[in-house]
Design a protein around this ligand. Structure first.
Ligand code: HEC
Length: 120
């Protein structure tokens, strides 16, 4: 995409905030393998976060607060690194557990890459 200027890429990212944009900008968190992340997500996260990451899984929607919706404006303000830290360390006062001991670093990268694809 040599004919597309970097400014256009950055501007597109501001508008779209998609995982493609993160990749286009070389953000490290997008290095994970989203396909592998999807299977981790479907075994460990989907009951709470729901198939599309809207926080509406059967368990997640009954929680207080409900599981995070990765596509809402509040969530999209967070950087990939912030989301990674939450996956690793959990979120105090919510049901979001720390996955850092159960998942390997590469698995966290992969599941994060998949979560970023749900941010639409
Ligand atoms: C028991 C239900 C549950 C499971 C299972 C779960 N989560 Fe969560 N998750 C939550 C809750 C609750 C929050 C906090 C929502 C809030 O802050 O209002 C959260 C927050 C998050 C956030 C932060 C979202 C944001 O914008 O602040 C990320 C990222 C996340 N979870 C990823 C994952 C991943 C990846 C997995 C699987 C490895 C997972 N979660 C499994 C319930 C769950």
């Amino acid at each position: 995409m040599s004919h597309i200027s970097r400014t256009a890429v950055v501007l597109g990212c501001v508008l779209a905030a998609s995982a493609w944009c993160l990749t286009a900008q070389g953000v490290s968190a997008a290095e994970g393998d989203a396909a592998k992340g999807k299977s981790i997500y479907q075994s460990k996260c989907v009951t709470c976060h729901g198939p599309e990451g809207k926080g509406d899984g059967p368990v997640g929607k009954a929680l207080k607060p409900p599981a995070g919706d990765f596509s809402n404006a509040e969530s999209k303000k967070k950087s990939a690194d912030e989301l990674r830290a939450i996956i690793e360390n959990g979120k105090p006062k919510t049901s979001m557990a720390a996955w850092g001991k159960q998942l390997k670093e590469t698995e966290i990268q992969d599941v994060l890459a998949y979560v970023l694809t749900l941010r639409k």
